[in-house]
Design a protein around this ligand. Sequence first.
Ligand code: MG
Length: 309
Amino acid sequence: MGQVVLKLTKDKIQEMKSHYKNQLAPSIPQAAVFVAKTPYSTITAYQSGKVLFQGKDPEKEAAQWGLTNTSNTREKITKPVHEFHPPETLFHSSHIGSDEAGTGDYFGPITVAAAYVKKEHVALLKELGVKDSKHLTDEVIRKIAKDILHLDIPYTLLKLNNRKYNQLQAKGWSQGKMKTMLHHHALEKLLEKIQPEHPEGILIDQFSQPNVYKRHLATEGNKLQENVYFMTKAESYSIAVAAGSILARASFVKAMEDISKELRMDIPKGASQKVDRAAAAVISKFGKAKLQDVAKVHFATTQKADKFL
Ligand code: MG
């Protein structure tokens, strides 16, 4: 079980105490200011300024307070993960969020979506059930994606098809670089679309260190836009990232259906032995070259499929 220790100011601890006012534990240890229990973590704040998060997902809880780091030792005091960590206020402001889907799946494209959620839409989107797409079934995702499209939520959606993916990969592009450029272009297009409005910030669901992201941009002569932030598990904090995540996932699910229809076979998501077998079936039905159109051929799956031929 992991734990996170933060060192926070007295003011911040008071702010936390009122934030958790409905979850405070009735009794607290000596030298503690408060103890609160959330579904993810037990939080103990000490007079020394030390705040201890323990439980199922302490990072999730700690991340809201601006600083995160997992540690196995009680004494380790954490530093900000990086300078691009978003301020708490961003989540409640009119902001853009972006996320991708399909990166770990052998079959199918990579999709990236960015959504601009205005302050006044946050509550409505929450009501529609917009949240971390990892916790939703494909069916629910598609329904919510439709709802998002019916609202006036500006968004952009990019799809990197397998043929192009494999070309870039053969050219030496890492998947990280592909994702970087997809996010960047999705954001660029969305910023253009919403003009003359400016978001208060842009939050990217972090898939690499911000410096690596910036380096990839530089190799293509691009630069980070203004007020861009990065955070892991961002879809749990930002409704805009959650909306992006749902749109990207819905588009990926649709693409997988299209591939299944085209090949007249059931094409599974992810990467597993089931996927290895499906790859073998595609090879025996259409020949190995067909994989270029429907799969990320550099995955180990391509080799593993041989076992089933
Ligand atoms: Mg993501």
